[in-house]
Design a protein around this ligand. Structure first.
Ligand code: NAD
Length: 457
């Protein structure tokens, strides 16, 4: 099939590369000319496992890049919209990027339809109807386009395998033609016939069966995405609240999760205590769903609590650092991890960045290291010399008063902590992601602080 992907960010680019991988011809559009130039030249624009391989395999063949909506939309049967939907001040999702794209598309499909427009961006329930009205207002007869919602569930850090081996594919459409076209587009994933260059990474509780196809109304599809992210955020806040009680009563949250998660109705996934969730999705999607509920007069204060607990979790971590180190002014702190989670270079709404900002505000000097996110992180800080970026985890630790681990990168699991201890001024370790075994850290001579477990001091 011929497909256009409008928006070549974390979602659009991965989706486009994967759709090319399963046999489609995809033209990626972005209005960021530098990004398109870099993509056309083969440069890496985001850090994502397996993406370089897919891009190298399909670039210039089944996968093309352009800044011209015209060139992408005209030859395509399906036009995906994957532009950003950032939060407004009020917490509602800002759908102005989608509106701009729809206006531009309207000019392209007038007289060149019918086209199937598919919204992949995360949007509030009701957006499909609103898009229809935007297109009609811009002169496109309703008979000239089909509309579908197809929310994306990939996670940064494992985006390619998530896209190619999803648990489910959701199509929200009131048009049989649009649904049928998407059904065909995703057939290699729903039939299990995709056996390309990226293999499945088995997950705990993974049935390894092909993706389940869920066809529903657009508003339901839109709600599935918001409710899924809000639920996952709630799990994180729940376990963080439980972790705080664990600390108060002398229990261990990691052992608790094993006990709790052994119940198959609960499971252990996403019950990870730490400094809270972040990223470009959970915070904005929780507040967007909260705003939708409020707008419709529905009680959903549970989401306020989810957000409040998440915010407090960071503050509590900061207090812990302050309690252990005393006055932070002039302290030199080593920070491992700046991305909002391991496996990505994305620092949007990163709890690690927020914590580093607070520490800088308190007068600390920071030496930081992240395997992929340092370039993006640099842009988040004023160039005032109070933060420097090290070339390795070990360099970060040199002469620091304490080490803070803020992102769950896999490579942080296998660091040589005896070596790190010899580089630190004081063997103090704050683990914001519960990555390490407290007994082991005690054996290595650390004062070790984590979340919801006994302190070793
Ligand atoms: P992003 O900011 O990385 O990418 C959006 C891209 O759209 C940018 O490259 C931007 O330049 C481009 N763009 C904006 N306006 C445009 C226009 N008029 N024409 C062409 N290009 C335009 O955002 P993202 O993380 O890829 O998220 C996109 C959507 O997908 C959001 O709604 C998000 O909530 C949703 N989503 C994101 C994730 C994730 O993990 N990042 C997962 C699932 C869903």
């Amino acid at each position: 099939m011929n497909i256009a992907m409008i928006g070549s960010g974390y979602v659009g680019l991965v989706a486009a590369a994967c759709l090319a991988e399963i046999g489609h011809n995809v033209i990626c559009v972005d209005n960021d000319a530098r990004k398109i130039e870099a993509l056309s030249a083969g440069s890496e624009v985001i850090h994502e496992e397996f993406l370089p391989e897919l891009l190298a395999r399909h670039r210039g063949r089944r996968l093309k890049f352009t800044t011209s909506l015209h060139h992408a939309v005209r030859p395509s049967e399906i036009v995906f919209i994957a532009v950003g939907t950032p939060p407004c001040e009020s917490g509602e999702a800002d759908v102005s990027f989608i509106e701009n794209v729809c206006r531009d598309i309207a000019a392209e499909i007038n007289g060149h339809g019918p086209k199937t427009l598919v919204v992949k961006s995360t949007v509030p329930a009701g957006t499909s109807d609103w898009i229809r009205s935007v297109l009609v207002r811009n002169g496109v007869p309703a008979s000239n386009f089909e509309l579908a919602s197809n929310p994306e569930f990939l996670r940064e850090g494992s985006a390619v395998t998530d896209f190619l081996y999803p648990d489910r594919i959701v199509i929200g459409s009131s048009s049989a033609t649009g649904t049928e076209l998407l059904r065909r587009a995703y057939l290699p994933l729903t039939s299990g016939s995709y056996h390309g260059c990226v293999s499945r990474v088995p997950q705990p509780d993974d049935s390894c069966s092909p993706a389940k196809l869920i066809v529903t109304k657009p508003a339901t599809a839109e709600m599935i995405k918001h409710a899924s992210n809000a639920f996952l955020a709630m799990k994180v806040s729940f376990i963080n609240a439980v972790a705080n009680v664990c600390e108060a009563v002398g229990a261990d949250v990691e052992e608790l999760v094993q006990g709790m998660g052994s119940d198959r109705r609960i499971g252990t996934r996403f019950l990870k205590a730490g400094i809270g969730y972040g990223g470009s999705c959970f915070p904005k999607d929780v507040s967007a769903l909260r705003a939708v509920a409020e707008d419709r007069g529905c009680d959903f204060q549970l989401l306020d609590e989810v957000m409040r607990i998440n915010e407090n979790q960071r503050k509590a971590f900061l207090h812990r650092v302050r309690d252990a180190l005393g006055n932070l002014k002039g302290k030199r702190l080593a920070v491992l991890g700046l991305a909002f989670k391991g496996g990505t270079d994305d620092v949007r709404e990163s709890p690690a960045i927020a914590l580093v900002q607070s520490l800088l505000h308190e007068g600390c000097t920071i030496q930081a290291y992240d395997p992929a996110a340092m370039e993006r992180a640099r842009e988040e800080f004023a160039p005032n010399g109070k933060i420097t970026f090290a070339s390795s985890a070990y360099e970060t630790a040199r002469n620091a008063d304490a080490l803070l681990v803020l992102t769950d990168w896999e490579e942080f699991l296998t660091l040589d902590f005896a070596r790190i201890r010899s580089l630190l001024r004081q063997p103090i370790l704050f683990d914001g992601r519960n990555l390490y075994n407290p007994d082991r850290m005690q054996d290595l001579g650390y004062f070790y602080f984590s979340v919801g477990r006994r302190e070793i001091a």
